[in-house]
Design a protein around this ligand. Structure first.
Ligand code: UD1
Length: 418
């Protein structure tokens, strides 16, 4: 096991390179299952989650090479279309292999993901969508068994624009017979990139980036090459750090993916300057308390909610942070309170009463974004903060302590005995 030890209250200054987006590369890797031949992916972040997805694809029988941010996936033939519990349990995005496997090979066995630190997180939309496309779905021993000789296009309407279900059904529909219309689809940038990648493979998709997506199935797709978009959540995390702690220039971003965060940080009092793909953020002299309600894109991302609460914990005044995507996603709150924050949770809202300053303590991270929130709080706190259970952060942030250390943070990774 490892922990991060942070001596807080130091200014941050300099440039940071934003990595490729975790939530974009995972469905792209799964989409490589749709095609015989070599898929080449550039700017792949070296994360625990990308390695878990690579391992899963290897278990299925796919050939993978991964070095220096470049991944080559050859899914010409596969041995067994099975996603086992131990991998799905580590990473729910493993469920992305379901649609492509059924579409291309006619069968998939994918362990049903359980709940997670932020609530039940069902997969019913994925399954109902595949059933609409003609797949026969059964649950056996905790595994979803999906079968179909040939998927047939249909009209599917999601009750909520689920990112994962939209990606899964689009991938499945690319090789289905006829037209699939998805209503109330997700339009997150990662789904847009998945669609554009599929189109470059020969898929026929209309309405990309809107809530109504139409996929006209084709007989086969062709392998191609793609570069992963920058991670807007990693970028948002560094923007929030800069707003509290100094002057940071983020390199390799897509500012339009960050519009709401930038707007909110300006309300907070930070200075934000955009120069093409770079964004510079300068700390707020006084951190204003600003309410946030998470929403689907282009709204404020739920994946930045925990980091926002960390910033608001030292604001002047009180703010309300509401999560409409995940009602229970507040496991970071008791840990932030250990650092001296004054936060209470009521329903799906956190009431954050700003305090003068945080004081270092031992804390424990419970998921990827909660870890990021605790690191930010540790960087803002006086004294030493130990963030334990940091395997979570490694799932979604590439070398986060090195990136912060380059900006002047006193942060190091230490091995600890179990
Ligand atoms: C993705 C992201 C995750 C982000 C989330 C919301 C990846 C790998 N992960 O997760 O980081 O926090 O989008 O932006 O891209 N729901 C159902 N039934 C379903 C599917 C979803 O009820 O079948 C509900 C969920 O419980 C949740 C909401 O829909 O309340 C949104 O979930 P969804 O968009 O599917 O999130 P993920 O794709 O799992």
């Amino acid at each position: 096991m490892e922990k991060l030890v942070i001596e807080g209250n130091h200014q941050l200054r300099g440039e940071v390179q934003i990595s490729g987006a975790k939530n974009a590369v995972l469905p792209i890797m799964a989409a490589a299952l749709l095609v015989a031949g070599e898929t080449k992916i550039n700017r792949v972040p070296d994360l625990r989650d990308t390695r878990t997805m690579a391992k899963l694809l290897e278990v299925i029988g796919v050939q993978i090479q991964f070095a220096d941010g470049k991944m080559m996936i050859d899914a010409t033939s596969i041995d067994k279309p099975i996603a086992p519990y131990d991998l799905v349990n580590k990473m729910r995005a493993s469920f992305y292999v379901l649609g492509p496997l059924v579409a291309r090979f006619g069968k998939a066995i994918v362990s049903l993901p359980g709940g997670c630190a932020w609530g039940p997180r069902p997969v019913d939309y994925h399954l109902k969508g595949l059933e609409k496309l003609g797949a026969k779905i059964e649950l056996e021993g905790g595994d979803i068994i999906a079968k179909s000789k040939k998927l047939i296009g249909n009209k599917i309407r999601f009750d909520f624009p689920s990112v994962g279900a939209t990606g899964n059904i689009i991938m499945a529909a690319t090789l289905a017979k006829g037209e699939t219309k998805i209503e109330n689809a997700a339009k997150e940038p990662e789904i847009v990139q998945l669609c554009e990648f599929l189109v470059s493979m020969g898929a026929k998709i209309d309405g990309i980036g809107t809530t109504d997506i139409i996929v006209e199935g084709v007989n086969e797709l062709l392998p191609c090459e793609v570069s992963v978009i920058p991670d807007r959540i990693e970028a948002g995390t560094f923007l929030i750090a800069g707003a509290a702690l100094g002057k940071i220039t983020l390199k390799n971003t897509i500012p339009e993916h960050l519009s709401v965060v930038i707007e909110k940080l300006t309300e907070v009092g930070a200075e934000v300057v955009i120069d093409k793909n770079d964004i510079t953020v300068k700390r707020a002299k006084k951190i204003n308390a600003v309410d946030v309600t998470t929403a689907v894109f282009p709204g404020f991302a739920t994946d930045l909610q925990a980091q926002w609460i960390a910033l608001m914990s030292i604001a002047t005044g009180s703010s309300i942070v509401t999560d409409t995507i995940y009602n229970d996603r507040f496991s970071h709150v008791p840990e932030l309170n250990r650092l001296g924050a004054n936060i209470t949770v009521e329903g799906n809202s956190a009431i954050v009463r700003g305090v003068k300053g945080l004081v270092g303590a031992k804390v424990r991270s419970t998921d990827i974004r909660a870890s990021a929130s605790l690191i930010l709080a540790g960087l803002m706190a006086k004294g030493v903060t130990e963030v334990n259970h940091i395997h979570h952060i490694d799932r979604g942030y590439e070398k986060i302590e090195n990136k912060f250390a380059q900006l002047g943070a006193k942060i190091k990774r230490i091995s600890v005995d179990d």
